[in-house]
Design a protein around this ligand. Structure first.
Ligand SMILES: [Fe+2]
Length: 396
């Protein structure tokens, strides 16, 4: 049977030409039982289209782990490592993660209480809410009227010691139906986006780079980001911006000496732009919440200095300046017309290129709206490649 790749249906808010290559529904392949030829075809499609959707599939946790591992056969542990260490207990991610006992690389995430699920006698799940993470809140009245926010734009990655997973697989076991909501940006732009209840929102890192003006493309191609050690512990006391795209700079982060033990050599310094292994294109891949410093290379010889930012290079250590620069480069790409909010149905399996997109949990669920998803990603066997010498020459 041949595999077909069908464009996803985009919401009316989407800039269809800009999202033309984004996302495909896959038909004609069983994701739990791919042969090597089918896998190679699907991997290439994922690199080209960022997000793949399989509708109405049945896949066990074992099969989901195997599918995820296909993308990186040497990878073994869950993307955030074992879910039992001290650093994970204190992490802001900890309450969101419940491990399937017989396949610890697969997590159960969602909302409400589930019983006798895949070896878990009882699991209390909580859909993350902006109310526990953002500095400002939606009023109870607006919330009752279905107003919500992006929770946190991110890449699935530990950002300390472990390398960012190549792919994340998300399987919708139980999906609550309910009225659509309106995701409000609350950043003085007036931007808002109608979203299905409990959507996962995606934006393309390629688009994030492509739409930048030349001086910010030049900065992006020359810059590396240094992440905080144990970033999810470090950021735990801090509060996020209303767009969920980074943290308010109020000095609330944990001092580095108060973090669980860490070593400088295990910290992550990653390029702003990650080179897509299937297309060679550059994707703007920064987890804005975990960034702590920037290293900017000087312009290469022959590059135009006029209008360039940091033409002689820089080591930016002021946290507010780091965040402001990243926000200036990332905010345009989360505009409503560039967001794909997935409308989940039960038995949907979504694969996303975690090194090519940013994504966010969205929406507020009440306790009786039970949502059960299986999520798998694996700490990669390598770090992502950055821009080539030729890329720097082309964009700096
Ligand atoms: Fe995620």
């Amino acid at each position: 049977m041949t595999i077909t790749f069908i464009p996803l249906s985009l919401p009316a808010t989407a800039d269809a030409p800009k999202l033309a290559r984004f996302g495909r529904e896959v038909r004609g392949a069983d994701p739990g039982n791919l042969n090597p030829e089918q896998f190679i075809e699907i991997r290439q499609a994922l690199y080209e289209h960022d997000v793949l959707l399989f509708r109405d599939v049945t896949i066990t946790p074992e099969q989901q782990y195997a599918l995820t591992k296909f993308f990186d056969p040497e990878s073994q542990t869950y993307g955030h490592g074992q879910n039992k260490t001290e650093s994970n207990q204190k992490s802001i991610l900890h309450p969101d993660l419940k491990t399937i006992p017989r396949v610890p690389q697969v997590q159960v995430i969602g909302n409400g209480t589930v019983y006798n699920h895949e070896g878990l006698a009882q699991a209390k799940l909580k859909h993350p809410s902006h109310a526990t993470f953002h500095k400002t809140q939606i009023s109870p009245k607006d919330e009752a009227n279905g107003v919500t926010r992006f929770y946190r734009w991110h890449i699935d990655a530990a950002l300390y010691d472990l390398s960012p997973p190549r792919v994340t697989t998300l399987y919708g076991v139980t999906v609550p139906r309910g009225s659509p909501q309106v995701c409000r940006y609350d950043d003085d732009t007036g931007d808002e986006l109608p979203v299905p209840l409990g959507t996962t929102a995606f934006v393309s890192g390629k688009t994030m780079f492509d739409i930048l003006p030349p001086e910010l493309k030049s900065l992006a191609v020359r810059t590396k980001v240094k992440y905080a050690p144990h970033p999810y512990v470090w950021m735990a006391p801090a509060r996020a911006l209303p767009t969920g795209l980074g943290i308010e700079s109020e000095g609330l982060e944990l001092p580095l000496k108060e973090l669980p033990p860490w070593e400088e050599a295990r910290r992550k310094i990653l390029p702003v732009l990650w080179k897509n292994p299937g297309t060679g294109q550059l994707h703007f891949q920064v987890h804005p919440c975990g960034a702590i410093e920037l290293f900017v290379d000087a312009l290469p010889e022959g590059a135009k200095r006029e209008g360039a930012l940091f033409p002689d290079g820089a080591h930016v250590t002021d946290l507010k300046e780091v965040r402001d620069l990243l926000y200036r480069m990332q905010r345009p790409a989360i505009s409503p017309n560039l967001v794909y909010p997935h409308d989940w149905h039960e038995k949907d399996l979504v694969l996303f290129h975690n090194r090519g997109v940013l994504h966010s949990v969205v929406g507020a669920l009440s306790e009786d709206q039970v949502r059960v998803f299986h999520q798998c990603n694996l700490a990669a066997s390598d770090d992502p490649a950055g821009p080539s010498v030729e890329d720097v020459h082309n964009w700096a």
